[in-house]
Design a protein around this ligand. Structure first.
Ligand code: BES
Ligand code: MN
Ligand code: ZN
Length: 457
């Protein structure tokens, strides 16, 4: 459990009331005294994320108000930790949301990226409300923090080798086995596209392969895009687009964090995690626009743009994943700018042929406040990937539906998985919200965790 959680629910602690703007008058009418008068004086209106400390007659904090605005953000409690003086607090009610999410929100608000500056601090402590599993909230928060840390770490300290070391450490902690195929060995073992994308970089490309769980259990396989830096390759990105590309291993970070959650939960599944880890770099031996690559599956792939590298490394990893006929195959990737154009940075699209999976996932995502949105694998666009000289082109030549065509490309490499879903995540918070500071973010993993637990638990 996180050290700022207090399990003793009867402990005396400063009350925190969550109030919607429209309920503020009601709160004041039932709470007389210095605190209630201070609400008036301070001009507090119950704005979302606003924290108001209520003094008693001696000037000590007798209570806290957290504005929740229209009440629509279950993680609004993320605003508390950095606004409260040290001490012990409890959620005194006034909130009708899920108390587990309120506690998770609080925990998420304690995240800081302190690798290069600043230091971890002691946070105000929160008494866990009745019925909230503090261990679970802690596991969720730590998984989110793992992914955030990995994404926030710049490529100078997060090379393909560093990413493999991070995965190894998760594997060691949870008794998973892990192997890595590095450099030219990728050619020997038939991962030609992972090699082609990563071969120009100073640190060799590699395929990370982690396995955990009982061999005969239902098979859940995760594949995460691990582009540790995306220059665009010879189709070099302009600096405005390259600046954030340390986050291009966001899919790898998310799948590693999800794997950690699944292992810590002790589910009876056979888990496999595949991370193709590369840097899309520029050198004399870089792959080129117009090249035709062999793929692991045997399809020849014409390269239209070296900046569409993610789908190439994913295709080889998906081919390997699919060969075991997994029950569930999930891939996550910061794959296209087009996904962000379609839905913005906070709502990642996902793609699947399986309507039941899509419906169940959408419902659970809503329940755990981890928003995602289904987009279509629109068959009529599939021929946009036709190539004149190869079996397939990895991009369409037009400007339209870029996230859809990327998903259609990936789908060509999956045949045997019972259910396949692809997540085109942004992996980054550009505009902060309570509990979600600017920086790396593990989108969709809490929703996936709950669904997998429900289906295989
Ligand atoms: N990693 C990028 C996609 C990306 C960019 C995700 C910005 C999130 C934010 C990916 O490798 C890429 O460059 N995709 C190209 C594809 C295009 C060349 C077909 C894109 O989206 O522009
Ligand atoms: Mn790219
Ligand atoms: Zn990329």
């Amino acid at each position: 459990m996180l050290d700022f959680f207090l399990a003793d629910k009867d402990k005396a602690a400063t009350p925190i009331w969550l109030v919607r703007a429209e309920d503020l008058e009601g709160w004041r009418s039932t709470h007389a005294g210095a605190g209630a008068a201070w609400v008036e004086t301070s001009g507090f209106k119950g704005e979302a994320g606003k924290v108001l400390l209520l003094p008693d007659a001696s000037g000590a904090v007798s209570g806290v108000l957290l504005g929740t605005g229209d009440g629509s953000d279950p993680l609004i409690t993320g605003a508390l930790a950095s606004a409260l003086p040290s001490g012990e607090y409890r959620l005194a009610g006034g909130f009708d949301g899920d108390p587990t999410l309120a506690v998770l929100g609080y925990a998420l608000g304690t995240y800081r990226f302190t690798r290069y500056s600043g230091k971890p601090r002691d946070w105000p402590r929160l008494v866990l409300p009745q019925g909230v599993d503090g261990e679970e909230a802690g596991r969720l928060a730590r998984a989110m923090f793992l992914a955030r840390d990995l994404i926030n770490t710049p490529a100078s300290d997060m090379s393909p080798a560093d990413l493999a070391a991070a995965a190894q450490s998760v594997a060691d902690t949870h008794g998973a086995t892990m192997s890595t195929i590095v450099g030219d060995e990728l050619l020997a073992q038939n991962y030609p596209m992972i090699h082609a994308v990563g071969r120009a970089a100073a640190v060799a490309p590699r395929l990370i392969d982690m396995r955990w769980g009982r061999e005969d259990a239902p098979r859940v396989t995760l594949v995460g895009k691990g582009v540790c830096f995306d220059t665009g390759g010879l189709d070099l990105k302009p600096s405005s687009a390259m600046g954030l590309m340390k986050k291009d291993m966001g899919g790898a970070a998310a799948t590693l964090a999800l794997a950690q959650l699944l292992m810590e939960d002790g589910l009876d599944i056979r888990l496999r995690l595949l991370i193709p880890a590369v840097e899309n770099s520029v050198s004399g031996n870089a792959f080129r626009p117009g090249d035709v690559l062999q793929s692991r599956k045997g399809l020849t792939v014409e390269i239209g743009n070296t900046d569409a590298e993610g789908r190439l490394i994913l295709a080889d990893a998906l081919t390997e994943a699919d060969s075991e006929s997994p029950d569930l195959l999930i891939d996550m990737a910061t794959l296209t700018g087009a996904a962000r154009v379609a839905l913005g940075p906070e709502l990642p699209p996902f793609y699947t042929h399986d309507d039941d999976f899509a419906r169940d996932l959408a419902a659970v995502a809503q329940a755990v406040a981890d928003p995602i949105w289904r987009m279509p694998l629109w068959k009529p666009y599939d021929n946009w990937l036709d190539s004149k000289i190869a079996d397939v082109s990895h991009i369409s030549d037009g400007p339209f539906a870029g996230s859809v065509t990327a998903a259609l490309f990936l789908a060509r490499f999956v045949e045997k998985a019972r259910v396949h879903a692809h997540f085109d995540i942004y992996g980054w918070v550009p505009k902060p919200k309570p509990g979600r500071p600017v920086g790396g973010e593990a989108q969709a993993i809490r929703a996936l965790f709950q669904l997998i637990r429900r289906q295989y638990g």
